[in-house]
Design a protein around this ligand. Structure first.
Ligand code: AP5
Ligand code: MG
Ligand code: ZN
Length: 215
């Protein structure tokens, strides 16, 4: 049983590592960003509400985000743990989430804070490509697919996220520093946080995470 929060700036590698953690520890990977993007693509009522915020690189309002997470965590597959990627992202979200957990006698086992410096984040995000079909993530230089524009896993088309333009990436990093980074102190107080250097290469980052979580 593991309940994990992944913290870190845009491009730190949360999604990349989350896929591996989810597979190794057999817990669902819950990315608020992925769920919002799916809703935008399908033009649901929620998607229409969040699209503007996401395209600007601003945060979606807390109430929508908290509701989304509470609904998702009530599903059966979360009974034996979960891996949150991109939530909480404000101190208010973290406080509300703590309330939610304590009302259910639950607690978080690990907060993994993956850190990478700003110049590297820009390069990573501007070069990121994602599979439209299965969500696999690539990088045009660091992790290119075998055939340009085509997913190695499923043959799907690779695309660039709407918020991966230079101006929007700058804003996302600003938003992270102002609104999300304070969560490091917040979780430092509860003693569950571990700091992971996210710039050491995919395998090393994963090994450092496994060292924290246990093999
Ligand atoms: P979200 O989808 O969560 O985006 P993000 O936090 O900006 O993070 P990213 O997905 O961009 O980065 P990542 O850390 O997952 O990196 P990745 O593994 O892909 O959120 C998007 C938007 O949704 C927000 O802006 C907001 O509007 C909204 N939202 C979501 N949650 C919210 C919330 N709780 N409250 C309010 N609003 C919310 O890797 C990046 C690239 O680097 C890839 O190309 C990858 O191949 C490469 N890479 C990864 N690891 C390495 C490595 N070790 N070495 C070299 N390259 C690497
Ligand atoms: Mg991600
Ligand atoms: Zn694919």
């Amino acid at each position: 049983m593991l309940r994990i929060i992944l913290l870190g700036p845009p491009g730190a590698g949360k999604g990349t590592q989350a896929s591996r953690i989810s597979e190794k520890y057999n817990i669902p990977h819950i990315s608020t960003g992925d769920i919002f993007r799916k809703n935008v693509k399908e033009e649901t009522a929620l998607g229409l509400k969040v699209k503007e915020y996401m395209n600007k690189g601003s945060l979606v309002p807390d109430d929508l985000t908290i509701q989304l997470i509470e609904d998702r965590l009530s599903a059966d597959d979360c009974k034996n743990g979960f891996l949150l990627d991109g939530f909480p992202r404000t101190v208010y979200q973290a406080e509300q989430f703590d309330k939610y957990l304590s009302e259910r006698n639950l607690s978080i086992d690990h907060v993994l804070d993956i850190d990478v410096k700003k110049e590297e984040l820009l390069t990573r995000l501007i070069g990121r490509r994602v599979c439209r079909n299965c969500g696999a993530t690539y990088h045009v230089i660091n992790m290119p697919p075998e055939k340009e524009g085509v997913c190695d896993v499923c043959g799907g088309e690779l695309y660039q996220r709407a918020d991966d333009t230079e101006a929007t990436v700058e804003n996302r990093i600003e938003v992270y520093l102002a609104q999300t980074k304070p969560l490091i102190d917040y979780y430092e107080k509860s003693g569950v946080i571990s700091h992971i250097d996210g710039a050491t290469g995919l395998e090393n980052v994963f090994n450092d995470i496994v060292d924290v979580l246990g093999a």
